[in-house]
Design a protein around this ligand. Structure first.
Ligand code: NAD
Ligand code: MN
Length: 358
């Protein structure tokens, strides 16, 4: 029997609610498949840990995670702790040392879910956004001096390296090549950011030569937001910098119906460290503890994790079960306009998995 060690980290707010649902569904996926087993280890890192220890995770946190085959992560962020502390102290403190440089965000309109876009009912919107996840605008380089004085200065420097851009472009072209349309849109802002972004464009053109069967085009990020709304069917695979893709993927999630269904994977493509799988949404203080968080983003994320582990049939079975559930409006949580609870959706997905007839 194949065995995988999974680190499960709920984090803050609704994170633990959706991750416990995800673990329950994943255990059933393994049982239903019969060919592999998942061993979960829980980690209590996050804002409560910070309140007790003054840090979001132990200093050797990322090193502890290396022993695992994958990480399932909820969300981080609390009202009483600055967001940059929680983000840099946990999520980025894991992604960066484990070199999870490709952040992959699939977007589709699942059955039964209504896109806010007129005329979009499903197949017209089927994208994967690849986000550069290790440098760029979130490199952490910068500083702040002369606090409070008229001469105060603050800067966040967008750092792009040839090696960093090359590897994310290769990843994106390879992913585009694996999809039926073999089409990649490279997002840029090289008209205004005339150093790093011009290099980004040059490297895109160089890497494109290695993938003659992939068609590609280039889009300024502001115009891209318009194209996503007006011509969603003209897009397929998309690659963008850390900041640009961060913004575009929230737009993509909303266009697909809700932030509550959008998944993401922080991939280490070389597989020399574990990858991390998480819903795109944050800790959602406004609905924490109410039992109404949509667990679909976490289930989709869990399917991406199974796929990454090499368990494609189990991943496909899980997505099919999720789609059977989203197709029923009675099983929609409030973010989708329904009245279902996290528990009801989770039980329905488990039931659909038990009934899967493959
Ligand atoms: P958020 O994603 O937490 O919430 C935005 C809105 O979407 C809220 O109205 C929320 O109720 C709703 N929502 C989100 N997920 C949902 C789900 N699964 N089901 C139903 N509704 C859902 O974003 P925010 O309010 O901007 O941020 C709250 C906190 O989360 C902040 O501290 C922020 O820094 C943090 N955050 C963390 C991550 C992460 O851990 N990756 C991502 C985004 C935000
Ligand atoms: Mn974001």
């Amino acid at each position: 029997m194949r065995r995988y060690r999974i680190a499960a980290m709920g984090g803050d707010g609704i994170g633990p609610e959706v991750i416990s649902a995800g673990v329950e569904v994943l255990k059933l996926c393994a049982e239903r498949d019969g060919q592999f087993a998942l061993d979960f280890t829980d980690f209590d890192w996050g804002s409560d840990y910070y309140r007790k220890h003054g840090v979001m995770m132990p200093a050797d946190g990322a090193e502890q995670l290396r022993a695992f085959d994958a990480i399932l992560f909820g969300a981080v962020g609390a009202p009483d702790i600055p967001d940059h502390v929680t983000l840099w102290g946990l999520r980025l403190a894991i992604c960066q040392p484990l070199d999870q440089y490709a952040n992959v965000r699939p977007t589709r309109v699942l059955p039964g879910i209504t896109s806010p876009l007129r005329n979009v009912s499903g197949p017209e919107l089927d994208w994967v956004i690849v986000r550069e996840n290790s440098e760029g605008e979130y490199s952490g380089v910068g500083g702040r001096a002369h606090r409070g004085l008229p001469i105060e200065v603050a800067q966040d420097v967008s750092v792009m390296t040839r090696a960093g851009v090359q590897r994310i472009m290769r990843y994106a072209f390879r992913l585009a090549q694996s999809r039926p349309r073999k089409f990649l849109t490279v997002v840029t802002k090289s008209n205004a950011q005339r150093h790093a972004m011009v290099m980004w464009d040059e490297i895109a053109a160089e890497v494109a030569q290695e993938f003659p069967d992939v068609t590609w085009d280039k889009m300024l990020v502001d115009a891209m937001t318009m194209r996503m709304v007006i011509k969603p069917g003209s897009l397929d695979t998309i690659v963008a910098s850390n900041l640009h893709a961060d913004i575009l993927s929230d737009l993509a999630a909303a266009l697909a119906g809700s932030l509550g269904i959008a998944p993401t994977a922080n991939i280490n493509p070389e597989r020399d460290a574990p990858s991390m799988f998480e819903p795109i949404h944050g800790s959602a203080f406004d609905i924490t503890g109410k039992g109404i968080a949509n667990p679909v983003a976490t289930f989709w994320t869990a399917a991406m994790m199974l796929d990454h582990l090499g368990e494609a049939p189990a991943a496909a079975r899980l997505m099919k079960a999720v789609e059977r559930v989203t197709a029923d409006p009675a099983l929609h949580t409030p973010d989708l306009g329904g009245t279902a609870t996290t528990r009801q959706v989770t039980e329905a997905v488990c039931e659909a998995l038990r009934q899967a007839n493959d």
